[in-house]
Design a protein around this ligand. Sequence first.
Ligand SMILES: CC(C)(COP(=O)(O)OP(=O)(O)OC[C@H]1O[C@@H](n2cnc3c(N)ncnc32)[C@H](O)[C@@H]1OP(=O)(O)O)[C@@H](O)C(=O)NCCC(=O)NCCSC(=O)c1cc(O)c2ccccc2c1O
Length: 110
Amino acid sequence: MMESAEHEMLRSMGISVFPKSAPNEHPLSWPRVSASCDYLSAAQFEDLLRIDVHVAQIGNSSVTYRFKFTRDEVVVAEGSLTVVCCLLTPKGLSKTPIPAELRELFQKHL
Ligand SMILES: CC(C)(COP(=O)(O)OP(=O)(O)OC[C@H]1O[C@@H](n2cnc3c(N)ncnc32)[C@H](O)[C@@H]1OP(=O)(O)O)[C@@H](O)C(=O)NCCC(=O)NCCSC(=O)c1cc(O)c2ccccc2c1O
């Protein structure tokens, strides 16, 4: 659910989760390096939950999101996810500094 909320947030910012890249460029991606969630009160099947997400920290290549899950006004869970800006190369993931234009977009959600 945190990943879905993160993806919705990226889309709302106009950032593709997996952008198309030019033939000789490596696509930019955001693999997760850390995830945690504290469950604070019980939720039940079919409950409608609201997930609020904001950017808690922007590093050189990393972004940390915080999530709050609520049912009506009750906080059900709180979570955190850290992703790293990476180039997807034929040899695998390679971290890269967050491009300035994306950093600016993330800063609006701090
Ligand atoms: C992502 C890595 C390639 C980074 O490797 P590296 O060793 O070079 O990174 P650093 O140690 O320097 O850290 C970079 C940056 O992240 C911060 N950080 C690292 N670990 C943590 C942590 N546990 N908690 C918080 N922060 C952390 C660190 O402080 C640095 O921050 P700065 O801001 O200062 O730069 C490498 O770690 C790696 O490959 N990890 C495995 C990633 C992975 O497979 N995750 C599992 C989920 S899968 C996934 O999410 C995913 C994987 C893919 O391959 C995809 C491919 C295509 C699309 C999507 C994919 C995808 O979603």
